[in-house]
Design a protein around this ligand. Structure first.
Ligand SMILES: Nc1ncnc2c1ncn2[C@@H]1O[C@H](COP(=O)(O)OP(=O)(O)O)[C@@H](O)[C@H]1O
Ligand SMILES: [Mg+2]
Length: 256
């Protein structure tokens, strides 16, 4: 059962920049998919078209019964409730505590007033603590986010997205600012969330080897076009060079 479908999607920011060109693919429920490609190839644009942080210029996008491109404001709010997003730079409120940041994941589900006043039910608080415990952050619950390491901050980002009870999690370069051991912790958590909670995950990565190790499917994009879509074990070295438009020997892989 597909949860997300792109049909001939293009995005031009201005006449010169074709960030996505005729992109078509479908993601099944429960998949763990990575999108790889060089900087500027359109990875962030692709993810952002899903939750309408970016408006696609042409084509069709369907997610969980919603026609994303034609959705009005109210429907976009419904859609965003079902989609968690994790960012390279975490996007936390640094001066607030970990638990407050995690509870922010519920904001999409609340009225503006109760959200703004910081009203959360006992059930929401309990669930926030349970999620923190799963991510090994119980002891950090009352710390301010600016006291945390990068890896801890990213785990708070994951916890916040889980508070939404999302159908899909989009991860835009979730480990690009982390050292190898924190990167592994984050990828292991995302992988477990996918397996145990059956949440579909799509993540942008620039590290080919991480994508090969963790994902069941890799989508390779170059200049806004899909040039590979398949399992990691069929991604030939020559295809990797094509994706990164590099010559043999100058390919950059971070060994993580
Ligand atoms: N807000 C924007 N306005 C204009 N051009 C943009 C904007 N965002 C991205 N682009 C351009 O679109 C292309 C794809 O960018 P992006 O999706 O960020 O790629 P990636 O995430 O793979 O680095 C690049 O050429 C980038 O400069
Ligand atoms: Mg990007």
């Amino acid at each position: 059962m597909s949860i997300l479908t792109f049909k001939n999607v293009s995005k031009t920011y201005d006449k010169m920049t074709h960030a996505l060109a005729d992109v078509s693919f479908s993601v099944d429920e429960g998949e763990f998919v990575s999108v790889i490609g060089p900087s500027g190839s359109g990875k962030s644009t692709l993810l952002r078209c899903v939750n309408r942080l970016v408006d696609a210029t042409r084509g069709e996008i369907f997610f969980d019964g919603h026609d994303i491109i034609r959705a009005g404001k109210k429907e976009i709010r419904q859609i965003r409730k079902k989609i968690g997003m994790i960012f390279q730079h975490y996007n936390l409120v640094d001066r607030l505590s970990v638990i407050e940041n995690v509870l922010h994941g519920r904001l999409g589900h609340k009225s503006t007033i109760s959200g703004a006043m910081g009203f959360y039910s006992e059930r929401e608080k309990e669930s926030a603590f349970q999620i923190l415990s799963k991510l090994g952050l119980t002891e950090q619950a009352y710390k301010r986010c600016d006291e945390l390491s990068g890896g801890q901050k990213q785990r708070v980002g994951i916890a916040r997205s889980l508070m939404q009870a999302p159908r899909l999690i989009l991860c835009d370069e979730p480990i690009a600012s982390l050292d190898p051991s924190s990167s592994k912790v984050i990828m292991d958590h995302l992988s477990l969330i996918n397996k145990n909670m059956k949440i579909t995950c799509i993540f942008n990565l620039h590290q080919v080897d991480v994508a090969m190790k963790y994902s069941m499917r890799i989508i390779g994009i170059t200049s806004g076009r899909i040039v590979y879509d398949g399992p990691p074990d069929r991604l030939a070295e020559s295809k990797i060079h094509e994706i990164y438009q590099s010559n043999e020997g100058e390919l950059i892989t971070d060994v993580r």
